[in-house]
Design a protein around this ligand. Structure first.
Ligand code: SRM
Length: 566
């Protein structure tokens, strides 16, 4: 199969996105020309698609859509493993105040997004990111996205080894187009007619890149804080005597589905075997090229790697990985997973330094009333330049490398801005995530980030009433079925169907190894608590000692009412 293979369904036409990539394989489009034109407030539809490969989404402010479209840009960083130094944090903070909506959004894949950027500020923002040695290349688009890696420094020295492997994989899977540098750094429109640009073929991706996005993550058991089973490519570190000896390979996970289209579904990644540490990059390339060569380029709803794995089977994929990577996969090694959550508060790292995990409500870093988290983090970066900022896939921020003597001062500095390091949020809030949804996301059918905090407070009240005060339940919400906050892994998942209306999904588990199932197809805002009340009441009465809500759902409700497994 060649790097430019078209599609398994030869008879169906290629999607429009495929034709665009074939026509301009450098991904330059006419972005630089439009950028330089002060009269243009937005990019063309074709350039919208190319912009994604550069980490940029053209959106419009949906709060004011009725009065006419106001174009705004969302920019997403490429931050492998979610690690930033203090200087980079200050720059990111500046860029959000100067060009964005004065917030920074921690994403569910350990990145940062700037929202609300006008086209006129886009060039300066992109240069500002480059000036602190970071970029947004391939943060979106039909390529390998931000590679995730466990952020917590405690417990094992393996963390740094895994982080290095995540960086190597990220680097190896980067597209090689010159367009990014030429547009955002040099400010030059590539000559699309020159033979060099016209005939450009990426050495890894070919001329058509991937049929769809591709996602990779690394975890260190027993913590599954990256939700590794939701990824196209997962590496589970196998650690012996503090050293990573290799990884169990997971392939073909994903969340995205569409309402009313049963051919689209969330899928847990399949475990294929164990690989030695030194073949991690070769195996990553092999899995990516399997997606490149066998993914469906005729239907973007059927183009993710998960469908290739589901339809061709584990044995086929394993044989392809072994052939392409030149490695024989051994039987998977044993490991245990306990949780997908972060542990909040101060903890000591192995090297004696301290780190603190800070709860960020729905990933939105902002100043709101007394809770001035944005300013607090800025001051930390200014006053403690050795502190490292690490982003979690639960949309939180860890401050790492804090010297013993700085811990009290840093705690005080945060407290001055209303940011606590202990008892930071209610138990349901602490374990919840939500996608941005309205007003920025063009795909959103219902509120999510702006709505979930209040709903969580109401569910916490209900839990107290039925005798479940203090009981953690993983609750996730998205404004549409695409799965950006991984709602299909949650104990309770809310998936937007229409304004103020959500599907209710129940029965995921704490360690992220089980998909939930749909319980109700449409629940109105006002009916959510009445819907949950009898379930939570029964759970409180019937649970076995230490049984979680999701496990009770799977043990009891799924037996009584089997539903449709997805
Ligand atoms: Fe996502 C599209 C936000 C993680 C599945 N996602 C979008 C867009 C860009 C909407 C669009 O295409 O116009 C959203 C922008 C909203 C905004 O205004 O910011 C968006 N996705 C996000 C983020 C910011 C949610 C968050 O709360 O943090 C996450 C950014 C991650 C990053 O830094 O790279 C984000 N998206 C995810 C995840 C979770 C994950 O990867 O672990 C998923 C489910 C896993 C998966 O990919 O299957 C996810 N996003 C999607 C999909 C469905 C893809 C599919 O298979 O069908 C779309 C729609 C699409 O691609 O067409 C989508």
């Amino acid at each position: 199969m060649s790097a430019t293979a078209t599609s398994p369904a030869e008879t169906k036409p290629l999607t429009k996105n495929e034709l665009l990539k074939i026509a301009i394989p450098t991904l330059a489009g006419t972005i630089a020309a439009t950028l330089a034109d002060p009269a243009a407030d937005s990019f063309s539809g074709d350039d919208e698609q190319f912009l994604k490969f550069h980490g940029i989404y053209q959106q419009d402010d949906r709060d004011v859509r009725k009065q006419g479209k106001v174009h705004i840009m969302m920019i997403r960083g490429r931050i492998p493993g979610g690690v930033l130094n203090a200087r980079q944090w200050i720059a990111f903070d500046d860029l959000s105040s100067k060009y964005g909506n004065n917030t920074l959004r921690v994403t569910t894949r350990q990145s940062i997004q700037w929202h609300g950027v006008a086209k006129s500020g886009l060039g300066a923002l992109m240069k500002g990111i480059h000036e602190v040695m970071l970029d947004t290349l391939a943060a979106c688009g039909d390529v390998s996205r931000n590679v995730m890696s466990a952020p917590t420094p405690s417990g094992t020295p393996a963390r740094e080894q895994v982080y290095e492997d995540a960086r190597r994989v990220s680097e190896a899977l980067l597209p090689k187009t010159k367009a990014y540098h030429s547009i955002w750094i040099d400010g030059v429109q590539l000559n699309l007619d020159s033979p060099e640009n016209k005939e450009f073929v990426d050495p890894l991706y070919g001329r058509q890149y991937l049929p769809r996005k591709f996602k990779a993550a690394f975890i260190i058991p027993p913590v599954n804080d990256m939700d590794v089973f939701a990824n196209c490519l997962g590496f589970v570190a196998i650690v012996e005597n503090g050293q990573v000896v290799g990884y169990n390979l997971l392939v073909g996970g994903g969340m995205g589905r569409s309402h009313g289209n049963a051919a689209t579904y969330p899928r847990l990644a399949t475990e294929l075997g164990f690989l030695p540490k030194d073949s991690v990059v070769d195996v990553a390339r092999a899995v990516l090229t399997i997606h490149r060569d066998f993914g469906d380029r005729t239907d973007r709803k059927h183009a993710r790697l998960k469908y290739v794995v589901q339809e061709r089977g584990a044995d086929f994929i394993r044989a392809e990985v072994e052939k392409r990577a030149g490695v024989k996969l051994e039987s998977p090694r044993r490991y245990t997973l306990t949780t997908t959550n972060d542990t909040y508060g101060w903890q000591r790292a192995l090297d004696g330094s301290w780190f603190v995990t800070l709860y960020v409500s729905m990933g939105r870093i902002k100043d709101a009333g007394e809770h001035r988290m944005k300013t607090a983090l800025r001051r930390v970066a200014e006053q403690f330049p050795g502190v490292e900022f690490r982003l979690s896939a639960n949309q939180n921020v860890l401050l790492a490398n804090v010297a013993d003597g700085d811990r009290a001062a840093l705690t005080a500095l945060l407290a001055e801005h209303g940011v606590r390091t202990e008892r930071q949020a209610g138990v349901l809030h602490s374990a919840a995530i939500a996608c941005p949804a309205l007003p920025t996301c063009g795909l959103s059918l219902a509120e999510s980030e702006r709505y979930l905090p209040d709903l969580l407070t109401r569910i916490e009240g209900l839990c107290t009433e039925v005798g479940l005060a203090g009981q953690e339940i993983v609750i996730r919400m998205t404004g549409c079925p695409n799965g950006c906050a991984r709602p299909y892994m949650a104990e309770i998942g809310f998936v937007g169907k229409a304004p103020g209306r959500y599907q209710l999904w129940l029965g995921g588990n704490e360690n992220g190894t089980r998909l939930n199932r749909i319980w109700k197809d449409m629940v109105k805002d006002a009916d959510i608590l009445p819907e949950l009340r009898p379930l939570l009441t029964r759970y409180a009465a019937e649970r076995t000692p230490a049984e979680r809500f999701g496990d009770w759902v799977a043990r009891v409700l799924w037996t009584e009412q089997p539903g449709t497994p997805v």
